[in-house]
Design a protein around this ligand. Structure first.
Ligand code: 3HC
Length: 342
């Protein structure tokens, strides 16, 4: 039987309900559960775990939140690869903390998914068996130290762009988890930029190493926002339900617009010959994304998919004794409390 742990981190964050936000007691005039849910959507109010919700809404949330959680914990690997080789004590301490933060984000998100009635074991089984998706971006290699800085600057920068709107998601536990996560992600982005700035002020070889990493990560980061709106099967309903607030293409555009001036400050070139300010649109135009490559990576054919999954499965198996010990300790404590209470 799955052990249900209390969601204390989220419970602590629960805001005081405002007048009118409390669920109206069902009465003879109530128009039914679906209508109450629809009204909450229209009024942009939060759905909480104890509230009734349509199955499709619950399923969509489990899908998105669990994919997000998997991305966070798989996302520990590309940078974790550099912890033992960071160039200074300062950089090592920053990187250790950052990778640990990503693990923490995964845990908040699994907790949020559990409030929808799905067990963490089932979610992890889906990841380990290759059934569940996680972000395409974590299937690329990190051959140089500059890759770590570029992940901070571009990958975490894209993650923030996508995740800040999710702080306003209609599902309470997901929205609240995202508030903490976004605060940490913005530190991650800044440390990446600062690390790259230091390298750009170094030798010509260091500058080349940064440019090479930017060349390799830029396009996969643009694809990370997901398929174009016209080819995004989940977007329309996700927007209607207030789970998604800004579309894949609009987020991508916001990211490009924000990144161009940052690249100028850094002194790197973004590898897109079609990147150009469009006075009429008041946005940058950008080149075509290779969607075939994106789907190949999503479907398991990226440069590191197999390695990432194998590492994750091994880490889970290696950690079995820790989970066993924690459960044995919890059972002992519970037995002691029951004995004392008797
Ligand atoms: N990688 C892998 N799969 C992706 C993807 C990507 N970059 N973008 C889209 N997909 C998948 C979707 O999951 C969906 O698959 P499914 O229907 O089988 O579940 C399919 O492609 C179609 O895409 P849609 O646009 O219809 O899907 P969504 O409406 O769910 O939008 C999303 C995709 C924008 C990623 C959305 O799910 C989302 O905003 N998720 C929350 C944020 C998240 O998961 N970010 C992942 C990165 S986390 C991170 O970067 C950690 C940090 O530490 C750096």
């Amino acid at each position: 039987m799955p052990i249900i742990l209390p969601m204390d981190t989220h419970a602590m964050d629960l805001p005081e309900p405002r007048t009118g936000e409390l669920e109206a007691a069902p009465d003879a005039h109530s128009a039914g559960r679906q209508q109450r849910f629809d009204r909450k959507m229209e009024d942009d109010r939060k759905i909480e775990p104890q509230d009734w919700m349509p199955d499709a809404y619950r399923k969509t949330l489990v899908r998105q939140i669990s994919q997000h959680a998997h991305s966070e914990i798989i996302g520990m690997q590309p940078e974790g690869n550099w912890i033992s080789r960071a160039p200074s004590l300062k950089r090592k301490a920053i990187l250790l903390a950052k990778v640990q933060d990503e693990g923490g984000h995964g845990l908040y998100l699994y907790s949020a998914a559990e409030t929808l009635g799905v067990s963490r074991d089932a979610l992890l089984d889906a990841l380990h068996s290759g059934k569940a998706k996680y972000s395409s971006i974590f299937n690329y290699p990190t051959p140089t130290w500059s890759d770590v800085g570029v992940i901070g600057w571009l990958v975490d920068g894209a993650a923030i762009m996508n995740q800040v709107p999710i702080c306003r998601c209609s599902y309470g536990p997901y929205a609240r988890a995202m508030i903490r996560i976004c605060k940490e992600e913005s530190f991650h982005q800044r440390q990446g930029f600062e690390s790259l700035m230091t390298q750009m002020r170094g030798t010509a070889a260091q500058r080349e190493m940064v440019q090479d990493a930017v060349n390799r990560w830029y396009w996969p980061v643009l694809a990370m926002f997901g398929p174009p709106d016209a080819d995004s099967p989940n977007s329309a309903q996700g927007m209607r339900w207030g789970i998604k607030r800004i579309s894949n293409d609009d987020l991508r555009q916001k990211f490009v617009d924000a990144t161009v001036p940052q690249a100028k400050i850094l002194g790197v070139n973004l590898p897109d010959a079609d990147l150009k300010w469009n006075e009429q649109r008041q946005h940058y135009d950008y080149g075509a994304i290779d969607w075939d490559d994106f789907w190949a990576v999503v479907n398991g054919q990226g440069p590191c998919n197999k390695e990432r999954l194998a590492t994750r499965v091994k880490a889970h198996a290696d950690g079995q004794w820790v989970r066993d010990a924690a459960l044995a300790h919890a059972r002992k404590q519970q037995a002691r409390q029951l004995k004392e209470a008797a």
